[in-house]
Design a binder for this molecule. Structure first.
Ligand SMILES: [Zn+2]
Ligand SMILES: [Zn+2]
Length: 384
């Protein structure tokens, strides 16, 4: 039963049922025409057209012709060849974005218990925090030699402190400080760090979402989201920063588990990351982001989360990335003993955002050497 006209534009015969071309010849002719169209030279001065159904000799001749009549690639633009910064054309301001998460201040990873893979305590934490501060300033300094970077955005993604000691049965045995002293130490150090970061920026914006380690209850089932010690700590930090450098900082401290933030026209979906599928860490976060796209009714450009303690980035959509931040702790008993044991160097993500290109320069600020996180003494009893 004929249905419609043949889809080959030079033919007007009606087609057979379930067919879009009236004949095989029309199908082949349409494919050939599409191929020619796709490969049509953009530059009209070239005659580089590849014919279908050539003999080997014809193909060789045609290839030779193509090589001799090859149109050169466009030259490297002058601004890229420039040696003086003024001639390089870097005339767009960019903003710096630094992730901060999974500091777990007050927590302790005993190297004796992890077999030498990983160790963490209050002194180590504070040195790594210092390294983070210096890393953020150093990468900014590097950028600022070529273009203006007036603003820093800090994505504070949670787990600033180790917690209440009752999250799981043995948590208190893996802690050096109780919650009150975690709070005091964290607030004092973080205020100090933020005040020193402002030396390189006109403005610093901080966006805070809470982590699971700040909850006040033992079980997560008993937790009411905003009753989280991290939110109290950041409220205090905000007040102290305002006193130290009036008007220099803004703080968005979220009572909800997420925040969507606009940075130079790009949407950043921030959440700590607990509750996102732990059994399928990589695919789980992507699924979660796709679901969130439909909940909020837009393609969120960047989902940024902590919690997994493993730095990574996955681009699975047009204009949609998932970025997981690293941690300060490095390998812990929890990470090492899981079904898929893992260990990595503690790190934090940092990047720069351009108003038309989105995230440009990506940096991973490493906070410890390999030797610091892997110091295994292998026992050998067979040596004699
Ligand atoms: Zn964490
Ligand atoms: Zn967490």
């Amino acid at each position: 039963m004929p249905r419609a006209k043949c889809a080959y534009t030079k033919c007007s015969t009606v087609t057979r049922e379930k067919s879009i071309y009236c004949s095989d010849n029309c199908r082949k002719a349409a494919a050939r025409a599409n191929y020619k169209k796709r490969n049509a030279p953009v530059n009209k001065s070239t005659s580089a057209a590849v014919e279908q159904g050539m003999t080997a000799e014809e193909f060789e001749q045609s290839a030779n012709r193509l090589l001799t009549s090859r149109v050169p690639l466009p030259p490297v633009p002058d601004k890229i060849l420039a040696t003086q910064v003024a001639d390089m054309g870097f005339d767009t301001d960019q903003h710096a974005v630094a992730c901060f998460s999974d500091y777990h201040f007050g927590g302790k990873v005993d190297p004796e218990v992890t077999g030498g893979i990983g160790g963490y305590d209050v002194a180590t934490a504070r040195y790594r925090l210092t390294d983070w501060r210096d890393g953020v300033l150093r990468f900014t300094q590097m950028m600022q030699t070529t273009l203006p970077v007036p603003v820093l955005h800090i994505l504070a993604l949670g787990d600033d402190m180790e917690g209440n000691g009752h999250m799981y049965g043995t948590q208190a045995m893996e802690m050096e400080l109780s919650p009150y002293f975690q709070f005091l130490g964290f607030v004092a150090d973080m205020t100090d760090i933020l005040v020193s970061l402002q030396s390189r920026f006109e403005k610093i914006h901080i966006y805070k979402v809470f982590g699971n380690h700040g909850r006040m209850s033992g079980s997560k089932k008993d937790a009411f989201d905003p009753d989280n010690i991290e939110l109290m700590a950041w409220q205090t930090i905000a007040a102290r920063c305002e006193l130290a450098a009036p008007g220099k900082f803004t703080f968005d401290i979220s009572s909800a588990f997420f925040q969507v933030v606009d940075i130079l026209g790009y949407s950043f979906y921030l959440r700590h990351g607990d509750g996102v599928n732990l059994n399928a860490t990589y695919t789980g976060v992507v699924e979660n982001k796709l679901a969130m796209n439909s909940i909020v009714g837009q393609v969120l450009n960047y989902m940024v989360l902590g919690h997994h303690h493993t730095a990574s980035e996955r681009e699975e959509e047009i204009d949609g990335d998932v970025l997981s931040n690293g941690c300060f702790v490095g390998p812990s008993l929890l990470a090492l003993k899981m079904r898929r044991p893992r260990a990595n160097r503690p790190s934090q993500e940092m990047f720069f955002v351009h108003p038309e290109k989105g995230i440009t320069h990506r940096h991973r600020i490493h906070l410890a050497t390999t030797e610091e996180v892997r110091n295994i003494t292998t026992v050998k009893r067979w040596s004699e």
